[in-house]
Design a protein around this ligand. Structure first.
Ligand code: IMP
Ligand code: MG
Length: 180
């Protein structure tokens, strides 16, 4: 489906993202100090760049797994009904788990995924979102770690897409339509 023409204005530089991830990793290391294994669970597909950078900053024994939940699809509107498309490969019972999400918007996705993973009886379950749009929240869910609070803008880059495009941008940018 063709989209109206748009440009991408940079909002958060690659350098700021890298610095933020160093800070976040330090906090996670403190909170999970002494863990025998932290299972870092990336939500596909938007978190793939973030999780790659985050785990390389973590000086903890980690295992990486992925889960896919439904999201925007090709539209810009969030769906309230969240479904799990792809479950974890490994088990998390009695393990420490960190859910890694690109962006929390209405909160439905993370709240649902957290409930789903809780039912697998992890020892500890925390979550991190690189970006947070608090103005859009519909569910009372707060990630344990947040990179940047952003205004209600549609963003792309650093793993995050618009209709599957722009995931490869090294920075976060906002989508601006050039005609109406
Ligand atoms: P939720 O509304 O918190 O359930 O977020 C649903 C999903 O929408 C998240 O996993 C994000 O990947 C995606 N999403 C939210 N805001 C944006 C955005 O500005 N650009 C691209 N994807 C987004
Ligand atoms: Mg997503």
């Amino acid at each position: 489906m063709p989209h109206k023409p748009y440009v991408i204005d940079q909002m958060i530089s690659a350098k700021s993202i890298a610095a933020k991830i160093e800070d976040l990793a330090t906090k996670i290391e403190v909170d999970f100090a002494g863990t025998d294994k932290l299972v870092v669970v990336g939500l596909l597909r938007g978190s793939f760049v973030f999780i790659a950078d985050l785990v390389r900053e973590l000086e903890l024994p980690v295992e990486v797994d992925f889960l896919e939940a439904s999201s925007y699809g090709d539209a810009m509107e969030s769906s309230r009904e969240v479904r799990i498309f792809k479950d974890l490969r490994g088990t998390i019972e009695n393990r420490d788990v960190l859910i890694v999400e690109d962006i929390i918007d209405t909160g439905h996705t993370l709240a649902h995924v957290a409930d789903f993973l809780k039912s697998k009886n992890p020892a500890r379950l925390k979550s991190i979102a690189l970006l947070d749009k608090p103005a859009r929240r519909e569910v009372d869910y707060k990630p344990d770690y947040i990179g940047f609070e952003i205004p209600d803008e549609f963003v792309v880059g650093y793993g995050i897409d618009f209709a599957q495009r722009n995931r490869n941008l090294p920075y976060i940018g906002k989508v601006r339509f050039t005609e109406d």
